[in-house]
Design a protein around this ligand. Structure first.
Ligand code: GLN
Length: 536
């Protein structure tokens, strides 16, 4: 029996209120007070994981060390807490039903009718308690995806109700995140939607312990009192969460509002320590007071929804603070580069980042962006598909293999410089079958990447099916493309660079997943440094 305490975060009124950021900010405050904390996300959709979702649906798919394809909120958890998450931190309805149905087929419920209550709710409760039962955490924060009242959230809300009852008041609490809209015509903040969403929660048998109220304007004491009266909480349990200029301000704002104190009191946890956000605030200080400015072009095919590249843009933010340089990102659609004047589109950029992706839409635009960066000595960073397209571009325009390609885009090309990994050839199922999670890479000392990492052995996260084709290794090397990072066991190429270029790095892995506020990723830091030099 562990002593872990549980905090559940539910959402009301609308989606997109930033439950993930509130959960991460609270966790950060509890962490700097000396508690070990982790955060879990329960997603009510029926996909087993978001790996098969188009980024337009839910934004980026975030990947953990153990190779789980997860919700992008796990990226926030890691960036805020600076500790890794794993598959156990993200559970979907699909996964819950999958395990219940597997058990049913094995005969584990023999003779019984399998039902939402208790079988599905038991499985949900089991998944919630897995993290607590490791004994590694004083506090587990569980974010319930969706909005209360949604049909698909009901089994989760019911599981929370049961757990509150089983664990007792001092061991488990509910924070309800809600919206206090401002009606410009009336010049007023309105509490009614919150009253209704709390009522909905109470119909499910849950009385929230804390209300966190998202708002564009200061919430007066009067409004707090009104919310308290209607929603069964004390005035001090009504926490204002006002719009911030950056998500990284939210821990400080929550501290000023006393969210951590309210939570600790309810959980009967003592903390003599005041939260020390010194390192965090050093980051914020540098982030908000840049001394220079650079512009980086992010070339991708999902740029209309910037959440598709969440970890990349946050890694750039971390690197921006390290370099005390403001990074302006110019979001460029790869399809816009397939024809017309490329130089016009890319004019004035200090760096070009070609993003990860799948399929051939906009691919020729990505290749042209690589060529432009290579020929004009503009710092270039290619990530996953971006690295693969750097190899294709070099093969076409330097080796002269005009139809060089990846077999993902052209299965029958004469020069498949990127092709399917051997162990992918027989894979037919799409879900969870890519090369996923942490893999080692050995770095050669004569390289820009060594200067950035300052070590020769690294481990980075992967999510791809296609690879650098080693049959072309010698030719590429002889012509100036260096392979400066290789997997020591499989000899698969992980990193390419180009001689005679100030900073041209393509990586087969996703460095963005490992960048955090306190540990900005060295490659992003070095890339931004190179763009700064370019700007001068
Ligand atoms: N589509 C490429 C592959 O599967 C690249 C994937 C990515 O960019 N994450 O190998």
């Amino acid at each position: 029996m562990s002593n872990t305490k549980y905090v559940f975060v539910t959402g009301g009124v609308t989606s997109s209120l930033g439950k993930g950021i509130i959960a991460a900010s609270l966790a950060k405050l509890l962490q700097v007070r000396g508690f070990s904390v982790t955060i879990q996300k329960l997603d009510p959709y029926i996909n087993i994981d978001p790996g098969t979702l188009n980024p337009y649906e839910h934004g980026e798919c975030y990947v953990t060390d153990d190779g789980a394809e997860t919700d992008l909120d796990l990226g926030h958890y890691e960036r805020f807490l600076n500790i890794p998450t794993s598959q156990a931190n993200n559970v979907t309805t699909g996964r819950i039903y999958q395990s219940v149905i597997e058990k049913e087929r094995k005969g584990e419920f023999l003779g019984k009718t399998v039902q939402v209550i208790p079988h599905i709710t038991d499985e949900i409760k089991h998944r919630i308690k897995i993290l607590g039962n490791t004994g590694d955490f004083d506090i587990v924060i569980t974010e319930i995806g969706g909005t209360v009242g949604d049909i698909e959230s009901l089994p989760y809300v019911e599981s929370v109700r049961q757990l509150l009852w089983e664990l007792g008041k001092e061991n488990a609490i509910v924070i309800h995140l809600t919206l206090i809209p401002y009606l410009a015509a009336a010049g007023e903040l309105k509490t009614k939607p919150t009253q209704h969403s709390v009522k909905t929660l109470m119909q499910s048998g849950i009385n929230p312990d804390v209300l966190v109220c998202r708002t564009e304007h200061e919430i007066s004491e009067d409004i707090k009192r009104k919310l308290a009266l209607f929603c069964n909480v004390k005035t001090e349990d009504v926490i204002q969460s006002i719009d911030a200029s950056t998500i990284y301000d939210v821990p400080n704002l929550m501290f000023e509002e006393g969210l951590d104190t309210v939570v600790l009191n309810k959980l009967q946890l003592c903390s003599e320590k005041q939260p020390q956000l010194t390192a965090w605030n050093n980051f914020l200080d540098k982030y908000k007071n840049p001394k220079s400015i650079v512009e980086i072009g992010l070339i991708g095919k999902y740029v209309e929804l910037q959440d598709s590249y969440k970890s990349i843009s946050e890694a750039l933010n971390h690197a921006s603070a390290s370099n005390e340089t403001k990074v302006n990102v110019r979001w460029i659609h790869s399809e816009d580069l397939t024809s017309g004047n490329i130089a016009e589109h890319l004019k004035g950029l200090n760096g070009i980042l070609v993003a990860p992706g799948f399929g051939d839409r906009g691919i020729e635009g990505k290749i042209k962006a690589v060529q432009y960066a290579r020929e004009n000595n503009i710092p270039f960073f290619g990530i996953c598909l971006g690295m693969q397209m750097a190899v294709v571009e070099f093969s076409r325009n330097v080796l002269g293999y005009k139809d060089a390609s990846s077999t993902e885009m052209n299965e029958n090309c004469a020069h498949p410089v990127i092709n399917l990994m051997e162990d992918q050839k027989d894979v037919t199922k799409k879900g969870g079958t890519m090369r996923l999670g942490a893999w080692d890479c050995e770095i050669s000392k004569e390289s820009n990447v060594f200067k950035a990492y300052n070590k020769t052995m690294i481990s980075e996260r992967h999510r791809h099916r296609y690879e650098f084709n080693n049959e072309y290794l010698e030719q590429l090397r002889a012509n100036g493309m260096k392979t400066t990072g290789v997997n020591p066991k499989t000899k698969l190429v992980e990193i390419v660079e180009i001689s005679n270029h100030p900073w041209f790095v393509g990586v087969q892995y996703h460095p963005e997943y490992k960048s955090t506020v306190l540990n900005p990723h060295p490659l992003f830091v070095d890339f931004v440094k190179a763009t700064l030099q370019h700007s001068k």
